[in-house]
Ligand binder design. Structure first.
Ligand code: PLP
Length: 452
């Protein structure tokens, strides 16, 4: 099998996600034969560093021996059983360990099989909680501008990235959108913390006006990934937790992308205030299984759990199910993932890697077409603009970011951008030398992309 052979068969049958299929006429999908560590290898033997962790899921490298072994053992024991009326050891152990690892107060784990589904569960559970407790007038959600929570209709509705959402607007429920704390928009000389704190006034005003009809506020803690890797200060989360309590509104932390060490702590919520904040719902997926298998968990509190716990005839149970909810193979992958964090002391290792990444990318900040290099933990982003002083973006139709992507592929790196934002979100098994290579490749790619 060669690249060309597989591409031909692919294009005859497969409809790819997040892709204008006509683009494949000039940019065919790259058929991957195997993976190992940070490397992906195609059918012609070309190798690429997976600098975006295969859409932010792969944290311990491809074909990780420890995770492979755990899944293989599970495969010979039990591949799947439904979780309604039945249970299994991986689901129980994973619930126990996630409850121990996540912020205090989260005591119940509800399984689903992808990130969007975990968000749907949180939205439905919050609404249903208020209904069960005599607050049926609470039907709305507050989100942040530039947020992303998935692409099923409910999750899409509480997001705010027009690229994914605009077309489907007539089908969607209408959230109340607060100005997000995205620090790219801060005035010169203003710190991240000052900006994030000042912007909170908008959230405060929305809550003051709409708390009576609002179920929950949903946010991505610290980092809006799909919204062009925009970042904000933890003080915003501290203020938000306090305000949600004061107004009697749930807080949903969507840690689907930020969870499992990505922002420098195991969960981003840990960085807010003294010792972190506890949301009422926390959604996790992506890194949960280290990029092996689809799985998600919505964690919630005893208070929420109790509001559904009643005699059957009262019809207050939470009914939401997917066929593969809590799949044992996926739970086994997640347990192996948690083991890897402990065995490798990964949070400490990431601190060193993050510092290396900051140093490697720092020179790019001086480039005349780079508005900003920003970073939180193991995510760094380079924002390309047409004019540095005014931060005027390039015309999006010029697709400059794509030029960087194409160049990187010729230099052994998978650097798939978000528009004109080039970002680095590598597996944690990357080496400092590989980080240096990525930085060099990005610098070359940016030079090419802006000089046409
Ligand atoms: C990826 C993502 C989702 C959706 O998860 P899927 O598994 O792709 O459905 C939701 N929220 C955030 C913050 C994400 O990054």
């Amino acid at each position: 099998m060669t690249n060309d052979e597989l591409i031909r068969r692919d294009l005859a049958t497969v409809w790819h996600p997040c892709t204008q299929m006509k683009d494949t006429e000039t940019m065919a999908p790259i058929p991957i034969r195997r993976g190992e560590g940070v490397w992906l290898e195609d059918f012609d033997g070309n190798r690429y560093i997976d600098a975006v962790s295969s859409w932010w899921v792969n944290i311990f490298g491809h074909a990780n021996p420890a995770i492979n072994d755990r899944i293989k053992t599970q495969l010979d024991t039990l591949e799947h059983v439904m979780l309604a009326g039945f249970s299994h050891e991986p689901a129980v152990e994973l619930a126990e360990r996630l409850i121990a690892a996540t912020p205090a107060g989260l005591t119940r784990a509800f399984y689903a099989d992808n990130g969007s589904a975990a968000v749907e569960v949180a939205l439905k559970m919050s609404f249903h909680y208020w209904r069960n407790t005599g607050h049926g007038d609470k039907t709305r959600f507050i989100n942040l501008s530039n947020s992303y929570h998935g692409e099923t209709l409910g999750a899409l509705a509480v997001g705010d990235v027009a690229l994914y959402k605009k077309t489907y607007e007539p089908l969607l429920l209408k959230p109340l959108t607060a100005r997000g704390p995205d620090c790219y928009h801060r005035e010169p000389g203003v710190s991240w913390a000052e900006h994030s704190r000042a912007v909170f006034a908008d959230m405060e005003a929305l809550l003051a006006e709409h708390a009576h009809e609002t179920c929950a506020v949903i946010v991505e803690p610290l980092l809006q990934c799909a919204g062009h890797m925009r970042m904000y200060d933890p003080v915003y989360l501290e203020l938000l937790r306090e305000a949600c309590d004061r107004y009697g509104v749930h807080l949903i932390a969507d840690e689907i992308a930020t969870g499992f060490g990505r922002t420098g702590t195991l969960f981003a919520c840990e960085q807010a205030g003294e010792g972190g904040i506890s949301p009422d719902f926390m959604c996790v997926s992506k890194g949960l299984t280290a990029g092996y298998l689809p799985l998600s968990v919505t964690l919630t509190t005893e208070d929420v759990y109790r509001a559904f716990y009643d005699d059957y005839a009262n019809m207050s149970a939470f009914l939401h199910s997917h066929s593969y909810t809590g799949n044992p193979l996926a739970c086994a992958a997640a347990l192996a993932t948690l083991d890897e964090f402990e065995r490798r002391d990964q949070i400490t290792v990431n601190r060193r890697l993050a510092t290396h990444m900051a140093n490697a990318l720092a020179p790019l900040a001086e480039h005349p077409n780079v508005a900003e290099v920003r970073q939180v933990g193991m995510v760094a982003a380079v924002e390309l603009v047409a004019d540095k002083a005014t931060r005027t973006p390039f015309d999006w139709r010029e697709r400059r970011g794509l030029d960087v992507y194409r160049h990187a592929l010729t230099r052994g790196a998978l650097l798939r951008p978000l528009g004109d934002v080039i970002y680095f979100m590598p597996p944690y098994v990357i080496t400092p030398e590989q980080i240096d290579h990525l930085a060099a490749v990005a610098a070359e790619g940016i030079e090419r992309a802006v000089s046409t």
